[in-house]
Design a protein around this ligand. Structure first.
Ligand code: PLP
Length: 392
């Protein structure tokens, strides 16, 4: 028996375990001090009422002979796909129901989609970015090239038409930088992919944080994208489903390579290896799109955004370079006084007991940067920024 040797190329991620260790050590030595965590990438507001009510109703249904459901369609119930279809229609993106695939979240699909592609493909991945893209490709032994995101390009790298790639990851709004591509920039990526016969894997997990009608929420708002892109989205950050688990992936039936339909391939992959998202959860996700659901989820999103603004305003006051914070729950800042990421982490923990995430954990270009998140209470965010203001 031979193992998949590619796993040997994975680096152990010490990022969050090191943070946890440092914080618990600090608390042990300083039990009287209140630590405020602005490093978490998980939502903190509870599920909204409309979602909870819909899931309760679905639980009751499941307990009756008429309402019981066993295996559902692997690609999701029509009632949820209809809502997603309508959601896209509001931005003039017309999708067919069989182009929408309901999943247990964006992370699984981002990893699983690689089943459709040869391991010979060359992959372009932004640096810094959500680490799952790198690791899932390393697991399959693909060659990775990095797209340099930095202060010069405001963490929005653009294509180099002189180099060729086959699979391109884009994440907008980005984790960890919060940077968002505009339509012109995405159009260049679509042009590049079409020219190179490449596929774009577009991660729109944070689209609901976009606050400007001119910025694209979906890559399918760009002409030509249906011929070169797959979009991944999630209810995790939109509606607090990080623990409930539901997302969706859009694969157009116009997406063909080597006379093979990627839509058909993905359907085949999902019906073979996946047995669908629980009925109860899909009913909860459906409720996100109801009038009351939309109102309630945006109350939560706006709550986080108010926190983000408090952080952004503090950084502006001190002329600290940052991206994000407007169309994103994340604020990506340049560590003051040329401090390294971990140095700044220790500095904040020691001096003001505020915990963030060192940028170096998201790629080499993250060194010297730091991620703060708005996933905490308003009061704690205010307090943390008061403390930061005091030491800057
Ligand atoms: N994509 C990005 C960019 C993320 O930051 C995350 C989670 O933090 C995910 C996808 C995962 O989403 P899900 O909870 O739907 O698996």
């Amino acid at each position: 028996m031979k193992i998949n040797e590619n796993y040997k190329n994975l680096e152990t991620s010490y990022l969050f375990s090191t943070i946890a260790k440092k914080v618990s050590q600090f608390i042990e030595n300083n039990p009287q001090k209140k630590v405020i965590r602005l490093g978490i990438g998980d939502v903190t507001r509870p599920l909204c009422k409309s979602v909870v009510d819909a899931m309760n109703k679905a639980v009751d249904e499941m307990g009756t002979p008429e309402g019981f459901r066993g295996y559902g369609p692997e690609q999701g119930y029509e009632f949820l796909k209809d809502e997603i279809q309508n959601y896209y229609k509001k931005r003039n993106v017309l999708l067919k129901n069989d182009e929408i695939f309901i999943s247990d979240g964006a992370k699984s699909d981002l990893g699983n989609i690689l089943d459709l592609f040869s391991t010979d493909n060359k992959v372009l991945i932004p640096d810094p970015v959500y680490p799952v893209y790198v690791d899932t490709n390393l697991m399959q032994g693909r060659k990775i090239e990095f797209l340099e995101a930095n202060e010069e390009n405001d963490f929005l790298p653009m294509p180099d038409f002189n180099t060729k790639a086959d699979i391109i990851y884009l994440c907008s709004p980005n984790n960890p930088t919060g940077a968002v591509y505009n339509k012109e920039q995405l159009k260049k990526w679509v042009d590049y992919a079409l020219k190179n016969n490449a596929v774009i894997l577009f991660d729109a997990a944070y689209e609901c944080f976009i606050d400007d009608n001119n910025l694209p929420h979906s890559i399918f708002e760009i002409e030509g994208a249906k011929n070169c892109a797959i979009e991944f989205c999630s209810f995790s950050k939109t509606a607090g489903f990080t623990g409930t688990r539901c997302g969706y992936t859009v694969v157009s039936d116009e997406l063909n390579f080597d006379n093979m339909s990627l839509n058909k391939m993905w359907l085949r992959r999902q019906t073979t290896k996946f047995n669908g998202v629980p009925y109860i959860v899909q009913r909860g996700a459906q409720a996100v799109f109801s009038e009351s659901g939309q109102k309630e989820i945006f109350e939560n999103i706006n709550y986080y955004k108010r926190n983000a603004k408090i952080i952004a305003d503090t950084l502006k006051k001190h002329n600290i370079y940052f991206t994000g914070g407007i169309h994103s729950p994340y604020i990506w800042l340049k560590c003051p006084n040329n401090m390294k990421s971990w140095e700044f982490f220790d500095f904040l923990l020691e001096k003001i007991q505020v915990v963030g995430t060192p940028g170096a954990g998201f790629g080499k270009n993250g060194e010297g940067f730091f991620r703060l998140t708005s996933f905490n209470t308003y009061e704690n965010t205010l307090e943390a920024m008061k403390r930061l203001d005091g030491i800057l």
